[in-house]
Design a binder for this molecule. Sequence first.
Ligand SMILES: [Zn+2]
Length: 113
Amino acid sequence: MHELSLCYEALALIGQQAGRHGARRVTGVWLELGALSCIEESALRFAFGSACRGTLAEGSMLHLAVRAAPAWCWHCGAAVEISRHGAGCPRCGGHELQVSGGDSLRVRQLELE
Ligand SMILES: [Zn+2]
């Protein structure tokens, strides 16, 4: 399952950060999900919960933010943001977009104890 492997990656990072700060427990996790990641929020929450089991982050509160993907429109020559696959340019409706990123899961902030 894709969600689960992403969660394990995020948790490895969270564990490192927690260790660096000498935290006993992670109480809150803020994740930023790229809008083009094809990951469903409910699936991610479920995967995160099970990936956390037995780690410092067990029982932590998960805050999830979806971030639009930055793109460049060749048609109107503007930097825009798109929030789903196949979406046109929000300015001109064109589909000649060069998308950069927007498909990743990032740890944005942690609350440690
Ligand atoms: Zn455009």
